[in-house]
Design a protein around this ligand. Structure first.
Ligand code: SAH
Length: 242
């Protein structure tokens, strides 16, 4: 195999992509990705061969990328970090063992970090990511993880929080978290973090509304120490209480 870059392009705006990722795109002859993400980086890939697929084409996209990388330098792009609900895992699962060293994963700014930067410093203490998508994970297991994360006092970032097919999961998970946290716990909703159309709202568990939540949104729920200061969401690390 020649070369396959698995690129985390960051949340969307080109200025938040790493220099290494830009160099890999420049060097690549073929760019593979979901149509919408390819569109976000179109100014960087003019004139290159592009293989874009729709929403549920992950496996096909990865197989194409691996097969084209036999003879060409290829980049497959994910938003955020390619290793967090992105393409890095599936690429390495599908890759032949002897080709593994030709695959290079380039990290990007994941949605939780992007959203956190917009609302303050909510991830300052131990935190975890949970995806509410049940396409690959049964909902019973998702709820169990939410419950255990809440009981262990993690700050929780919920990826894939709500879609048309599962309108109630977010509400139900918030209710689980509420049994462990006080009503004044901050909850941030950030849509399209650090890219066109960005929007943020800060609620508490008591005032939380999920009306504006969709698949372009991430939801961050604070731990027992998190608080709101002048509309910023903070989780203290503990420096001032030593
Ligand atoms: N690899 C990506 C995550 C892909 S899963 C990453 O590391 O960020 C897709 C989910 O990520 C979306 O449903 C949404 O919850 C979240 N997401 C991705 N980009 C986002 C952005 N710019 N703003 C808010 N949420 C985002």
């Amino acid at each position: 195999m020649k070369k396959l870059y698995v690129i985390g392009m960051g949340p969307g705006g080109i200025e938040h992509m790493s220099i290494k990722a830009r160099k890999a795109l420049e060097e690549s002859e073929v760019i593979v990705g979901y149509v919408k993400y390819i569109d976000m980086i179109k100014s960087l890939i003019e004139g290159k061969e592009v293989y874009a697929t729709g929403m549920k084409g992950e496996e096909e996209r990865c197989k194409q990328a691996l097969s084209m990388a036999e003879s060409k330098t290829v980049s497959i792009v994910s938003t955020g970090d390619a290793g967090i609900y992105g393409m890095a895992g599936l690429i390495l699962e599908l890759c032949k063992e002897e080709d593994m060293d030709s695959v290079e994963v380039i990290p990007g700014i994941t949605a939780a970090s992007a959203a956190a930067s917009m609302v303050g410093a909510p991830l300052m203490h131990d935190n975890c990511n949970i995806s509410l998508s049940d396409l690959m994970t049964p909902y019973s297991l998702i709820k169990k993880r939410v419950e255990l994360a809440a009981s262990a006092d993690f700050v929780i970032s919920l990826y894939n929080p709500k879609s048309k097919g599962r309108p109630n999961y977010l509400r139900e998970c918030i209710d689980i978290i509420k049994t462990f946290r006080k009503g004044s716990t901050p909850v941030a909703i950030v849509k399209n973090a650090l890219r066109d159309g960005e929007k943020k709202e800060i609620f508490t568990l008591d005032t939380f509304e999920d009306t504006n939540v969709d698949m372009f949104t991430i939801v961050i729920i604070g731990n027992s120490e998190s608080y709101i200061k002048a509309n910023k969401f903070l989780t203290p690390r503990g420096y001032l209480s030593r």
